[in-house]
Design a binder for this molecule. Structure first.
Ligand code: ATP
Ligand code: MG
Length: 139
């Protein structure tokens, strides 16, 4: 079922580098409403589960280490066509390929440390949102 919600994280590099405010500003200027939001930190088990689809990839260990090294901002966002439009707003995985005006173009430093996550489907948006937020935390 199509929904108008997506899930995002400002990754540890974005938090460490002081870009929470800048990234949230781009998100709200992009027309997304914040449904839920918190500062939290992934455990190793959380990160392994969250990125399980990449468990066979050579960068998996590095990815889990990166995603658990400090706090993240987790949020649920709402907009028409949220999943696709948010992927457009964040830009390509590798900032070298990210379009001008995207969050990763402005704030990502490498293909691994790329500032933000965005869900890749409505189904994953719902799974990832439920992983982080109880129903009473979704406004
Ligand atoms: P995300 O799922 O975090 O929104 P994405 O969908 O753009 O990112 P994926 O292919 O799902 O990209 O990869 C998940 C994450 O794994 C990337 O965002 C990045 O942090 C890391 N990653 C992907 N490819 C590489 C790589 N070649 N080397 C190091 N890290 C990588
Ligand atoms: Mg992905």
């Amino acid at each position: 079922m199509a929904t108008n919600r997506t899930f995002t994280m400002i990754k540890p590099d974005g938090v460490e580098n002081g870009h929470i405010g800048g990234i949230l500003n781009m998100i709200t200027e992009g027309g997304f409403r914040i449904v839920s939001m918190k500062l939290t930190q992934l455990t190793v088990a959380d990160a392994q589960k969250f990125y399980a689809v990449h468990s066979a990839r050579p960068f998996f260990g590095e990815l889990v280490e990166f995603m658990t090294r400090g706090p993240i901002v987790a949020a649920i966002l709402e907009k028409d066509n949220a999943v696709e439009d948010f992927r457009t707003l964040i830009g390509a995985t590798n900032p070298a390929d990210a379009a001008e005006g995207t969050i990763r173009k402005k704030y990502a430093t490498s293909i691994g440390e790329n500032a933000v996550h965005g869900s890749d489907s409505d189904e994953n948006a719902a799974i990832e949102s439920a992983f982080h937020f109880a129903g009473r935390e979704q406004f």
